[in-house]
Ligand binder design. Structure first.
Ligand code: COI
Length: 354
């Protein structure tokens, strides 16, 4: 059945694959819901968004996304509460960051009526795919690609914005050990590190593959100029607990301004955990690991949520982190999840009903 809501054309998929999905055993990012949102930009304007069956599509082999990687994305989540209502977590932050990424990548900004209202309309159709509690969420992947054809190295004049949805549990399935980077870099000043550009992630594949071969799941990137300051872990921002102070690097041209990162800082401050947002030095971390004051390292990101790191390697030394009774990571994760599932009062006004 076709209909139009908020100027969004809806072409309902007559069949659903939901009964084929084992929601208890999901691997991250491999299962998608029945519908997607698609909206093209041509002749200097966004066209009517369409919600239709999730399916492959065709674009010209010379499209700029294939040759120059003109592509950006966001990571967001929807949660279900005990009353079967669906909630978004700080969606305006993702919309804002998406448009910042668009500007940096010479792509058109997208209005709220498509990004937010389109997402809400899509989520209303896919409500049954969001499950309550137990680490469940619906991972939302808005993205934009350059679909204009021609291999001349210039920005495209045509773009496609899409939203796809994937039911999710945890991103990492086992323990996460990290290695501190000294040779490769994730980003440089003046580059695109602060944008959620596709190339920022593919550039990490090779060094991460080398790290995986050595038994590490992630890399903690350091600043490209001196490799002395700890920055982010690529799929997540990173926090260090030295003594009872929570430390994280300030955002910069090289570090993504993570929504989970800023939420962790807000919860910690509200609950009187000492926080310091300042450059954290590799030598400081190694010294704290050696003198026993380094208590925790954890990653924070939409997909990863809050992920404790069990140990880190620097040069040829490996440092195991202690197993704590009173872990800041687990305490803050529970508080964050309780806000997201509407089990605790949302004093920050972060949750938005769909
Ligand atoms: C997210 O946390 O949503 C991200 O975009 C990271 C991605 C590599 C899964």
């Amino acid at each position: 059945m076709n209909s139009i809501t908020n100027d969004i054309k809806i072409i309902k998929n007559e069949t659903s694959k939901i009964n084929e999905v084992d929601f208890e055993n999901l691997t991250f990012g491999n299962t998608f819901t029945d519908h997607m949102l698609i909206c093209d930009y041509r002749n200097g304007a966004w066209e009517q968004p369409v919600i239709k069956a999730y399916e492959p599509f065709t674009i010209d082999p010379s499209a700029k996304v294939f040759h120059y990687g003109q592509a950006i994305f966001e990571g967001m989540k929807a949660y279900k509460d005990e009353n079967d209502d669906v909630w978004l977590f700080r969606p305006d932050e993702n919309h804002l960051r998406f448009n910042k990424s668009a500007v940096r990548m010479a792509m058109p900004e997208i209005p709220e009526s498509i990004f937010i209202d389109g997402l809400k309309t899509l989520l209303n159709i896919e409500k049954d795919w969001v499950k309550f509690g137990n680490g469940n969420s619906l991972y939302i992947r808005p993205f934009m690609i350059a679909i204009g054809s021609g291999v001349i190295a210039q920005p495209s004049s045509q773009y496609r914005f899409m939203i796809i949805l994937s039911p999710a549990k945890s991103y990492y399935s086992g323990e996460v050990k990290v290695i501190i980077a000294e040779h490769f870099s994730r980003a440089a000043n003046g580059g695109i590190g602060a944008a959620k550009a596709a190339g920022n992630y593919s550039a990490q594949f090779y060094p991460t593959k080398l790290a995986n071969e050595q038994g590490f799941q992630q890399i903690i990137w350091t600043d490209d100029a001196t490799h002395t300051k700890l920055e982010e872990a690529g799929t997540m921002n990173v926090f260090f607990r030295i003594g009872d102070t929570l430390l994280t690097a300030p955002t910069s041209e090289r570090i993504l301004d993570g929504v989970t990162r800023k939420s962790v800082l807000d919860i910690a401050k509200r609950d009187n955990i000492a926080t310091e947002v300042r450059p954290v030095l590799v030598e400081e971390l190694v010294a704290a690991a050696k003198n026993g004051t380094l208590k925790e390292i954890f990653g924070a990101g939409t997909a990863a949520v809050i992920n404790p790191i069990v140990g880190f390697s620097f040069r040829d030394e490996y440092f195991e982190l202690p197993k704590l009774e009173n872990s800041f990571a687990l305490e803050i994760k529970e508080k964050l999840n309780n806000i997201q599932y509407k089990l605790a009062e949302d004093t920050f006004n972060w949750t938005v009903k769909v």
